[in-house]
Design a protein around this ligand. Structure first.
Ligand SMILES: Nc1ncnc2c1ncn2[C@@H]1O[C@H](COP(=O)(O)OP(=O)(O)OP(=O)(O)O)[C@@H](O)[C@H]1O
Length: 338
């Protein structure tokens, strides 16, 4: 039986005619017979990914330190749950209250271009409240806070945050947690892992560890029929400001690039735009600082080598979701090196 939502039957052998009739049966039941697709919430990215992330996919999200990988990852998870699906975040980097502060501010800013509470306002309010006020009352005192609280309560049971440890949160634990969430919610979750180099793997040497981690996560994506978005750190050499980060700059890049179905690299636009756009219009420097370029460097199921730009709103822990293809010339046209 073809059961798109069920576990993958690895090692099974079926003739094509059996697969055809099983697919026919699923379609007649009114269910989709292909991969399940999770919209990213960023229309321009969904277009390139022909709908969004797919079950069975390993997606890498790379970029220099502090350029918004966690921000984008958490926003993707938020977008997934806001659209009615479930998400599971394995956070090796941040405590859950840090993610909560970002989510509250992100939600306050969603759909409201006015003055709403930033991440710092939310953090300050949570850290200094000593009068026994409820969370509802506390957030009610912040611009956009009540709306944000209501939104978070609305999807609160669909977003699971796992405070992961580089010592104990192994692939086996991740797999068991994904299974537990799938069973509890009745839905396979979108999985975010922040970040892959922290995953403890029992191998000698960094390259071997990252190879095993990437293989394990790809296997998880296939067997649990989930998309796994894994944030990836850069190699030391790639961390200099002004350097354009590429897939080959990720730590353990050869294994990562091989296993991944999709590779997204986030760079600051001002770092990677060709000089002619900066020297003839100095105002561009300031404008471009406000934008990030998300390069789709690998895309197994669609067009690759696409550069999308999104305006940063890091004050609210987010990017603006409206974005478009970059029209300026970017440095270094050779994008994905396999
Ligand atoms: N309140 C704020 N206002 C403006 N910028 C902020 C605020 N809070 C965080 N930032 C900036 O947002 C940026 C993105 O942070 P994020 O954690 O998403 O980056 P990252 O690429 O995941 O970083 P790392 O590699 O260190 O994990 C950082 O440069 C940070 O300085």
């Amino acid at each position: 039986m073809v059961t798109p939502a069920g576990p993958r039957d690895a090692g099974s052998l079926r003739p094509l005619d059996a697969l055809l009739s099983e697919t026919d049966e699923v379609l007649r039941r009114g269910a989709p017979a292909g991969a399940r697709v999770w919209s990213t919430g960023f229309a321009a990215l969904d277009t390139v990914l022909t709908g969004g992330f797919r079950s069975g996919e390993l997606v890498l999200l790379g970029g220099p330190a502090g350029h918004g990988k966690t921000t984008l990852g958490v926003q993707l998870a938020r977008n997934v749950v806001a659209a009615g699906s479930t998400a599971l975040v394995f956070s090796y980097e941040h405590e859950s209250h840090t993610l909560l502060e970002r989510l509250i501010s992100m939600e306050a800013a969603e759909g409201d271009p006015g003055e709403v509470a930033g991440v710092i306002d939310v953090r300050r309010a949570l850290e200094t409240a000593l009068d026994g006020a409820s969370l509802d009352a506390l957030l009610g005192g912040l611009p956009g806070g009540s709306r944000a609280h209501a939104a978070l309560v609305g999807y609160g049971d669909r977003l699971q945050i796992h405070e992961s440890s580089g010592a104990t949160t192994t692939l086996e634990q991740i797999r068991a947690t994904v299974d537990r969430v799938t069973e509890a919610t009745g839905q396979a979750p979108f999985v975010l892992l922040d970040y892959i180099q922290k995953l403890p793997v029992d191998r000698d040497g960094e390259d071997e560890r990252i190879t095993a981690a990437a293989e394990g996560l790809k296997d998880l994506a296939l067997s649990a029929r989930v998309p796994v978005v894994a944030i990836s750190a850069a190699d030391k050499d790639a961390l200099a400001a002004g350097h354009r980060m590429r897939t080959h700059d990720l730590r353990g890049s050869s294994a990562l690039a091989f296993e991944a179905d999709v590779v997204l690299i986030v760079n600051d636009k001002v770092d990677i735009v060709s000089r002619e756009h900066l020297v003839y219009d100095l105002g561009n420097i300031q404008r471009f600082r406000g934008w990030s370029v998300v390069s789709v460097e690998k895309n197994r199921h669609g067009k690759a080598h696409v550069e999308l730009e999104f305006a940063k709103d890091f004050e609210h822990g987010r990017f603006h979701t409206e974005g478009q293809e970059v029209t300026e010339r970017l440095i270094d046209d050779r994008v994905f090196v396999s």
